[in-house]
Design a protein around this ligand. Structure first.
Ligand code: 13P
Length: 248
């Protein structure tokens, strides 16, 4: 029996509306236990539309590294908590690539989120070019070290998500073996900071996960769930993925 409870995360990105909130919450609410931990991360404005239900938790897709003040357009960790979020995705490759988020700011965000009482889902992953240049493990080590080297206590309160950039929204998933190899590396690498925390750390996979390919991914020893974009907007498919994760 696996000691880490599987975690399935929906990242709606800049998609969805109150109708989808209703449909998703209706569908998830009737799923029978045992279930994986299910986390829905809609655009923040929809967080308060979700009815509370024991079958799922709510998260945001970003958080400010600041506590409060003159930071136009930003949302603080305390505000997310007040809106019902328990988790927050940090360092998604779209934030890194499109909004210039650097390792230093990502590291601050993780600290601020945890200090406020949110669980961060810390995203790491290599680009296609980095993979082809055989720099995958080096890039991942850098991204992980930026967060955990100076603040190893954060590890015990984090989730890590491996999202190869070349697999996001492309329909090209990492093979279960490719993903497992990287997840194993991540766990081993983080063990230098806190072996016990690394052992129980949930490392989830993201990148073109569907109801068709998720079972093979979940079967791998170090893949503890999934971070899902496109398929998380389809109520029936997302529910099916959640149901499959509970058995992994
Ligand atoms: O970026 C992702 C989740 O955060 C993955 O997106 P897709 O599932 O659409 O590839």
């Amino acid at each position: 029996m696996r000691q880490r409870k599987p975690l399935v995360v929906a990242n709606w990105k800049m998609n969805g509306n109150s109708d989808l909130v209703q449909q998703m919450s209706d569908a998830l609410s009737v799923l029978k236990q045992p279930l994986p931990e299910i986390l829905i991360c809609p655009p923040v404005i929809l967080l308060t539309d979700f009815p509370k239900h024991q079958n799922y938790k709510l998260g945001a897709q970003n958080v400010s590294e600041q506590h409060s003040g003159a930071f136009t357009g930003e949302i603080s960790a305390d505000m997310l908590l007040a809106a019902g979020a328990s988790h927050v995705i940090i360092g998604h490759s779209e934030r890194r690539a499109l909004y210039g988020e650097l390792d230093t700011v990502i590291s601050q965000k993780v600290k601020v989120a945890i200090d406020a009482g949110l669980t961060p889902v810390v995203c790491v992953g290599e680009t296609l070019q980095q993979r082809e240049e055989e720099k995958t493990l080096e890039v991942l080590a850098r991204q992980l070290d930026a967060v955990y080297a100076a603040q190893p206590y954060l590890l015990a309160r984090s989730v890590v998500s491996y999202e190869p950039v070349w697999a996001i929204g492309t329909g090209r998933t990492a093979t279960p073996q490719q993903a497992q190899q990287v997840h194993h590396f991540i766990r081993q690498h983080l063990a230098q900071y806190d072996a016990q925390a690394a052992d129980v750390l949930r490392i989830i996979y993201g990148g073109s996960v569907t109801a068709t390919n998720c079972e093979a991914l979940f079967a791998e020893a170090d893949i503890d769930g999934a971070l899902i974009g496109g398929a998380s907007l389809k109520v029936a498919e997302f529910s099916a993925i959640c149901t499959m994760a509970k058995d992994s």
